[in-house]
Design a protein around this ligand. Sequence first.
Ligand SMILES: Cc1ncc(C[n+]2csc(CCOP(=O)(O)OP(=O)(O)O)c2C)c(N)n1
Ligand SMILES: [Mg+2]
Length: 394
Amino acid sequence: MALLRRFVSSSPSTSTLLRSVSHCPRFFSSASEDQTLIIETSVPFTGHKIETPSRSVETTPKELLSFFRGMSLMRRMEIAADSLYKAKLIRGFCHLYDGQEAVAVGMEAAITKKDSIITAYRDHCIFIGRGGTLVEAFAELMGRTAGCSNGKGGSMHFYKKDARFYGGHGIVGAQIPLGCGLAFAQKYSKEDTVNFTLYGDGAANQGQLFEALNMSALWDLPVILVCENNHYGMGTAEWKASKSPAYYKRGDYVPGLKVDGMDALAVKQACRFAKQHALANGPIILEMDTYRYHGHSMSDPGSTYRTRDEISGIRQERDPIERVRKLILSHDLASASELKDMEKEIRKEVDDAIAKAKEIPMPDPSELFTNVYVKGYGVESFGADRKEVRAILP
Ligand SMILES: Cc1ncc(C[n+]2csc(CCOP(=O)(O)OP(=O)(O)O)c2C)c(N)n1
Ligand SMILES: [Mg+2]
């Protein structure tokens, strides 16, 4: 019970898991739910200028079930978003995260909500990991007022300030210096917290990463740069875009670790290790070897620059949810049918959230000019002669 409480408080996002698994007495009646299990990561970590952490990861039955539930919920949410997009209920840009769920879930298992996170536009599941609700997510996707950005951000601009999630950024790489800035603020405020800045393999070739790394290393900022290497930037394979696709080594003087990003336990181990390192020594890069099942965005079928065999091969051999399902079954923590029941419940939870979100109105047009500038710092816009004020935004 003590562990259950600790688990809930350290990871509010997975409290929905506990609600669901408690329907099944087997999960919570036995003392074994808190028992320590040691599980080897799928592959060893590879280090750059750093000793690698152990491959043996401590976990518990409860944690494995929470990983299963958390990732299944994220997967279902993304599949549902795909359908809503095709039904034209979601408009504009929309980038899905299915395949990459182990990064969101493993990272959350290693950190607290006092640590901050910032990411690019593939942000729905990071928001859920931070404790965001399905209704807030679907409402945002469909431009409704109850959305996590009041329905004005859309898919690419999810935020959750109370859990220190700072978005949700559409400009490739732009979140990297912002993340290092967050780490600067956290260090300046003498907090014992870190920032996780997530970016893609495409963004890893940008100049601003190296500028931000230089300053972060100079000032020993507590920042963990997480390169989610899904091996493609839009339709361009990493080997066509990168002279060196060893992104964990790209920081030169900054240490790095290559991690199986499809293995939630490996992600947890790496993130815990990286947090300790960053607090004591400054920045570190974690390259998460992962894969996106969907195309880059909703306008990309995702099958012209990679083969269907490649996608189905990854699904069969490396799927993050199936990996945890196998662990649960092989340790006899739940039966196959109990896991299926959990998946059915998740499907219903997602459907209910969508139904609720659809009922919520869109913002009033007067909202167009609110929350654009910090209060008192609005803008005055002049014409070409710089004399006549053409517009004042509050
Ligand atoms: C500065 C900038 N250049 C180009 C784009 C167009 N663009 C959007 S996503 C993307 C690819 C980024 O790939 P990666 O960093 O690997 O992230 P992934 O989509 O794989 O998660 C590009 C080129 C952009 N949004 N911003
Ligand atoms: Mg990529």
